[in-house]
Design a binder for this molecule. Sequence first.
Ligand SMILES: C[S@@+](CC[C@H](N)C(=O)[O-])C[C@H]1O[C@@H](n2cnc3c(N)ncnc32)[C@H](O)[C@@H]1O
Length: 206
Amino acid sequence: MFHLPITSLQAHFGDIDIYLFDQLLKGRIQKGMKLLDAGCSTGRNLPYLLKAGVKVHGVDLSVDAVRQVRELASELAPTLPADNFVTADLEQLPFESDKFEVILCSAVLHFARSEAHFQGMVQELWRVLQPGGMLFCRFGTTIGLAGKLEQLEGRFHRMPHGPVWFLADEALLSELEKQLTATRLEPLKTVLVEQERSMTTWVLRK
Ligand SMILES: C[S@@+](CC[C@H](N)C(=O)[O-])C[C@H]1O[C@@H](n2cnc3c(N)ncnc32)[C@H](O)[C@@H]1O
């Protein structure tokens, strides 16, 4: 009987986010789908998707990150056009409406510069998502941390590990869902990282 070596998981999936891995296990991302990694950085979440034949696009504010993610893509999916990976702010995406079947936005939205910027980014991601498509976001929130964080102005908080983050709460997410007429694909799932932060997974269907 053939046993797949457990060590091959790392070779296939690299450092993929465990909640994104959960979406793969649920079959929500398939070969040939047009997928945008919004705030892709150097592509931590992309090796498996690139190798699996997903039509990956990426966008990031950082020119250097986009250069590196293009290199990763040219190695793992040489037929993908380099200009699938572009530099832009999520608030103003250089794509037509309804383009993508899947959008990932992992560890980005808490870097919003204001509440309007947070909402602008979510609305722009929604604009470029196809009807029926899935938006998968993971970001810092106040869920489970009420009263335990140093609150600055509005929704900005000084995080125990140093930086200032914009933290949404459940009410803001529910309000946005109403505005977007989004369907939650699963309940909010939040992980409390001891003494540090609360990371919420928000998965919507358009
Ligand atoms: C912590 S990294 C996360 C990278 C990757 N998504 C992951 O999960 O590993 C955050 C990335 O978001 C990008 N970013 C932050 N704000 C952005 C914005 N408004 N528009 C586009 N990219 C942004 C940063 O340049 C950085 O590469």
